[in-house]
Ligand binder design. Structure first.
Ligand SMILES: CC(C)(COP(=O)(O)OP(=O)(O)OC[C@H]1O[C@@H](n2cnc3c(N)ncnc32)[C@H](O)[C@@H]1OP(=O)(O)O)[C@@H](O)C(=O)NCCC(=O)NCCS
Length: 329
């Protein structure tokens, strides 16, 4: 039987665009208020890319920082996996843009799309490649420019999202000595396909189709259904990830930053860990696939990843999809 290589996280990085959009900025565009948005979502502000700034620019900077943080040279990377639903182009991929810009000569490169579960999908792919001996050094990235898919006339969705990117470099544990990936899970339930959905602009209804409606080329949400699904799924995955471990060993829970109330309800259901749950949605909103790696990098830089403690990552997204991971830092 082949022995699997144990995999760790050598370094992390993130990058947010400079342009800040506050709740008051939205109150000038749609019928909303800082009070409503804060109370219902926990968001105070989020970042949007500026004209001429693109997903690949955010991803490049996050990846560059992760490599620097992990002490990894670009030419050591042999695979780049980007989780994104907002690539610069329908094809080719952001991962290929990064391969060239970072100078990862000869590396494989592809994007994966599972919406807000995108980073965990990228990270689990990275882990599987290294564990099975098919790669030794993999960049896993989550990067989004969701501001380009927001209907600025729909107050129930446009206030929720932000842009940003985060990255992690994965290597065999014996080469990096931290962030061991102990457990991973990914799942999907396509019966919720239309809960979070961009109906037009794909090949079913392309922009030249007679039925094409520009309003349908934005993210549409069934917020209340997603809310219920999210609370149940996030609490279930957290419990699954720590099953068999002592919850006191968990130093940090890093949930997808979807809505403060969803995060709080999920943690309440779990029954422990409230004070050990990372929340940064107040500053960045929901950055989809970028949400987890931005939060993980923030925790890393602030020294919140304690040596020897467990870290739980949990996300869900359009599809519907979900994922979880248990790390030992
Ligand atoms: C969208 C969300 C914040 C709405 O919060 P909520 O408490 O469920 O609010 P409701 O949808 O019940 O709407 C309550 C009222 O607020 C109104 N409202 C919605 N957005 C508003 C806004 N930005 N400002 C003011 N009022 C708003 C609604 O029109 C509704 O008014 P009505 O009662 O007169 O019809 C919440 O459901 C949510 O976060 N859902 C998940 C979001 C999601 O899918 N994210 C992507 C997943 S990765």
């Amino acid at each position: 039987m082949t022995t699997l290589t144990r995999v760790g996280i050598a370094g992390t990085g993130s990058h947010l665009p400079e342009r800040v959009m506050t709740n008051d900025d939205f109150a000038r565009i749609v019928d909303t208020s800082d009070e409503w948005i804060t109370k219902r979502t926990g968001i105070k502000e989020r970042r949007f890319v500026s004209e001429g700034e693109n997903n690949s620019d955010l991803a490049y900077e996050a990846a560059r920082r992760a490599l620097e943080n992990g002490g990894v040279r670009p030419e050591e990377v042999d695979l780049i996996v980007v989780g994104t639903l907002t690539a610069d182009h329908l094809m080719p991929t952001v991962a290929c843009q990064l391969q060239e810009r970072l100078g990862c000569s000869g590396a494989g490169a592809f994007d994966v799309q599972s919406a807000c579960t995108g980073f965990l999908t990228a990270m689990h792919t990275a882990e599987a490649f290294i564990a099975s001996g098919r790669a030794r050094c993999v960049l896993a990235i989550g990067s989004e420019t969701l501001s380009r898919y927001l209907n600025m006339k729909d107050r129930s969705s446009c206030i929720l999202f932000g842009d940003g990117a985060g990255a992690a470099v994965l290597r065999p544990l014996d080469e990096c000595g931290q962030g061991e990936v102990l457990r991973t899970t990914l799942g999907a339930d396509g019966s919720g396909f239309e809960y979070i959905h961009i109906p037009h602009g794909g090949t079913k209804v392309p922009h030249y189709h007679p039925e094409y409606d520009p309003e349908q080329h934005y993210i549409g949400l069934r917020g209340r259904e997603v809310y219920r699904f999210a609370v149940g799924t996030m609490s279930r995955i957290i419990q699954e990830m720590v099953d068999g471990y002592d919850p006191d060993e968990v130093g940090l829970i890093v949930p997808h930053q979807v809505n403060l109330r969803i995060i709080e309800s999920a943690i309440e259901r779990v029954g422990w860990g409230r004070e050990r749950t990372l929340v940064n949605i107040d500053r960045f909103g929901n950055t989809s696939a970028a949400s987890l790696p931005i939060a993980l990098d923030e925790a890393h830089r602030e020294g919140r990843l304690e040596k020897g403690k467990l870290v739980v990552l949990v996300a869900f997204g359009a599809g519907l999809t979900w994922g979880g991971s248990l790390l030992r830092w």
